[in-house]
Ligand binder design. Structure first.
Ligand code: 13P
Length: 256
């Protein structure tokens, strides 16, 4: 079994629908100019699709990786507005799936997330599979059931190798963009449930290798207490990732 210490922390910036090609490249250059512990922490920038090319160019001489915020599972064809995994060749090494904004605002289902995750892995990219409960579900005490269902829908159909190569982001919907982060205890408990669910799907060794991030109002003020917790393998950062210095502070807090 891989020891938890063997998991390399990963901090990803989800810029959401912010920045175009020029200001995106400028932000990427500002991030790479920061003093980042890139030997210890994997860093991924996820710009909108129109910024993938310029951001990939801006970080091409650095270990900083690029990720897509969204992909479709088919490779090509009549799917207006969509982007496929093969179209990301040379631009992105990661792709986010299942973000709650896509689930809530664009009707992405668990089955869609499963198909997209499989397509991302088949194309040789690393998926960042986002899961998390809504405020209503949190209030009703349904967090464990929701996480089990969302995780099982995806990880039941992967192989143990695909599972180990994946990244999961635990993002409670009530913590996203609200300034109200989950407490370190809450995040750690939920991430433990997620890892147990992955183990039930693909075995404990694979579950011990999958990296599980926390996301939701991560900031320079709360990153130390969140990222120092055992089992929290990094962060998926929204708002604070639009500021290079703030994002760099979060990356530094992820050093084991
Ligand atoms: P915030 O960090 O702005 O809460 O966003 C979190 C998120 O949704 C990252 O994917």
């Amino acid at each position: 079994m891989t020891s938890p210490q063997a998991r390399r922390p990963i901090v990803a910036a989800n810029w959401k629908m912010n920045t175009g090609p020029d200001d995106g490249a400028q932000l990427a250059r500002a991030v790479s100019a920061e003093d980042l512990p890139l030997a210890q922490v994997e860093v991924v920038l996820c710009p909108p699709a129109t910024g993938l090319t310029s951001v990939a160019e801006a970080v091409e001489d650095s270990p900083i990786a690029v990720g897509a915020q969204h992909v479709y599972w088919e490779s090509s064809g009549a799917f207006t507005g969509e982007i496929s995994v093969p179209m990301l060749t040379g631009l992105a090494a990661y792709a986010i799936t299942g973000h709650s904004e896509r689930r809530q605002l664009f009707g992405e289902s668990d089955l869609d997330v499963r198909r997209k995750t499989l397509a991302i892995l088949s194309g040789g990219l690393t998926p960042i599979v986002a899961v998390g409960e809504s405020l209503d579900q949190w209030d009703a005490g349904e967090t464990l059931a929701v996480l089990r269902s969302q995780v099982t829908q995806v990880f039941d159909v992967l192989s143990p190798e695909q599972t180990a190569a994946s990244v999961i982001a635990y993002e409670p919907v009530w913590a996203i963009g609200t300034g109200r982060n989950a407490s370190p205890e809450q995040a750690q408990e939920a991430i433990g449930w997620i890892r147990d669910t992955v183990a039930a799907c693909q075995g404990r060794p694979a579950a011990e290798r999958v990296r599980i991030q926390y996301g939701g109002s991560v900031s320079p003020d709360n990153c130390d207490e969140l990222l120092s917790r055992d089992g929290i393998d990094g962060a998926l950062v929204g708002g604070a990732s639009l500021d290079a210095a703030q994002f760099a502070a979060i990356v530094r807090a992820a050093v084991p």
